[in-house]
Design a binder for this molecule. Sequence first.
Ligand SMILES: *Cc1c(COP(=O)(O)O)cnc(C)c1O
Length: 406
Amino acid sequence: MSTTESNKAAVRGRLFFANPGPTNIPDSILRAVSQPTVDFMSASFLALYDGCMAGLKRILKTQQHIFFYTASGHGAWEAALVNVLSPGDTLLIVETGYFSQGWAEMAEALGVKVQTVAADWRRGVDVAALTAALAADTGHTIKAVGVVHNETATGVALSLPPIRAAMDATGHPALLMADTISSLGCFDFRMDEWGIDVVVGGSQKGLMLPTGMSFTGVSDKALAAHKTSTMPKHYLNWTAMMGRRHKSFIGTVPIAFFYGLAESLRLLEEEGLDRVFARHHRLAEATRRAVRAWSGNNGPQLFCLDPSRYSDSVTAIMMPDGFNADELRKVCFDRFNVSLGGGLGPLGGKVFRVGHMGDLNEPMILGTLAAVEMALSVCGIPHAKGGVDAAMAYLAQAPEAMAEAA
Ligand SMILES: *Cc1c(COP(=O)(O)O)cnc(C)c1O
């Protein structure tokens, strides 16, 4: 970033941070995490900590178990794998994109055999292909199915109940593991009702916290599988964690994260989860309407081709052939103080991403969309005008009308 920083003309006002993680941290969370250190065994901290554990269970919609890690989301990915699998076990990964590949690569590095249900990144998996893979595994060598709920690289979200239904229909006993890092706190997720055995979550996306803490929701069934797992593990070992007062953390408890989490949970529950989800949907739909308008004249397009799988937390936008997304991002950043997400893996330069998750409202998303529309002109990228107008027209509607129009 150093070269782009040095070119920056716009230094006053807030940076409009529109990356799909990390995300904007609300002022009240910034204040909360800056409180003085206390002993993590003190009564006052334990009360706050227990409140966080109970509150996060309400967000996950579970009555089962949670383990926390002082690590970014990758740490929780690893915890999910090493705690329930054994070397040589098979993990069935449902391909979504860059993040499903990353989780699969990690499993392979740990000595797990990975089988993949392949998918077109612009549409997501055909559930029938998953059902077929499960049905073919008559010997039940697949020990777990790994799914990314919201593929942050593509803006394609996968409904989880049909995945559970595919497993139930084939009577397959594998554990169902879901990565909710970029969906939790953004759109609906129900661990217990949907029969998810291991849920992977992180701090810096929908939960609006700094990066560096992650967690897993764990079902009784997954905990039973953990008892026979022979994968080497120590810092991430659930059995060791269960022996501690905090039922997590082998070392020092990162107290500042819990000051922040308590405030994050307070904010989410003050607004009400359903209203949080409705707000994400509104801002996402406004973004999609802007992109649809720009797509005229062979302009940029929505990367996701299945409207039933549009993500309400991130939109990936594909550039017209011959135009580089990173040039557009650079103009947005240097001239307009707007930070956008780039394309990941094979999508590098081909897509840019607008994060609309966490602490975000109408004028913030409109500011971002206006910067993109200006940058499309500045860069000479073919497009049709009127994206921001389309977003404004949508957002100006009464909330009930918006729900119907969506
Ligand atoms: C961000 C993200 C990750 C990786 O999390 P880190 O905190 O960067 O380690 C994994 N999966 C998904 C879906 C993500 O969005």
